[in-house]
Ligand binder design. Structure first.
Ligand code: HEM
Ligand code: HEM
Length: 190
């Protein structure tokens, strides 16, 4: 049942800000993953690896800046109600997966930042300015940052794969409300 001042759909869908954060950050992360993997295959110091890594870092640092705003808003706004609540175990599994994704969205850019900053490499933001270097130049720290970045990227790939498979199962096999909570039909085009 909708509360006063809300439409029925508002009660059962993430609000506009949460949907905006989710889809904007999903695109940034997927493009960031693709560019990171592409760059890792190129010879260090060559073009276009350098240019691609500059864009990769800019995208990753954008994710890092958006994350606290998203988390604060999520804590204020909460999650929408379900029309047909899932079982307790299914809800717990979804919550655990979402919490893991939030943690990985923090750890992945932080590890990339440590790798680049401690390695003495640039920290550009789309050619407009450079992020401050908050860690000392330290090759061992940079190497640990790289190892962390590599394995956390794998973690993101796996948890994200499960996330998308779970959503696809809800959308196409169970045909329930889950996809509509983040992508309501009426939100498309306005
Ligand atoms: C591209 C394909 C994607 C689809 C189809 C998708 C779909 C969804 C849907 C339908 C929900 C709502 C689930 C529910 O209410 O139970 C959701 C939530 C969520 N998604 Fe995605 N998603 C995608 C990509 C991503 C990416 C790339 C990330 C970040 C790494 C992400 C992170 C999250 C998080 C953290 C939540 C929980 C939101 C909250 O309760 O605060 N998703 N997603
Ligand atoms: C959404 C955030 C990010 C995602 C999804 C992401 C993902 C990835 C992936 C998948 C790779 C390839 C790993 C490999 O196979 O070696 C990579 C490499 C890299 N990432 Fe990120 N990253 C993110 C943020 C950052 C940030 C913020 C920085 C630095 C400021 C950064 C710096 C780098 C560098 C320099 C490489 C090249 C590694 C090499 O081949 O030497 N990343 N990233």
């Amino acid at each position: 049942m909708a509360r006063a001042g809300e439409t029925d759909a508002d009660t059962y869908t993430y609000d506009r800000a949460q949907r905006g954060f989710h889809w904007l950050m999903a695109v940034l992360i997927l493009v960031g993953l693709a560019l990171g993997i592409y760059a890792a295959w190129q010879v260090p110091g060559t073009s276009p690896r350098r240019e691609i890594l500059d864009i990769h870092k800019s995208i990753g640092l954008t994710v890092l800046l958006l994350l606290p705003l998203r988390v604060v808003w999520r804590l204020i706004a909460g999650e929408p109600a379900y029309r047909a609540p899932p079982s307790r175990s299914a809800h717990l599994a979804a919550k655990a997966a979402h919490l893991t994704l939030y943690a990985l969205m923090l750890l992945l850019p932080v590890s990339g930042y440590v790798y680049s900053a401690a390695g003495g490499y640039g920290l550009p933001w789309f050619g407009l300015f450079s992020f401050p270097r908050l860690v000392p130049v330290d090759k061992a720290l940079s190497a640990s940052g790289y190892t962390a970045h590599y394995w956390i990227a794998w973690g993101v790939g796996i948890v994200l794969g499960l996330h998308v498979l779970a959503v696809a199962w809800h959308a196409w096999i169970r045909r329930d409300e889950v996809m509509g909570r983040m992508w309501p039909r009426r939100a498309v085009g306005g």
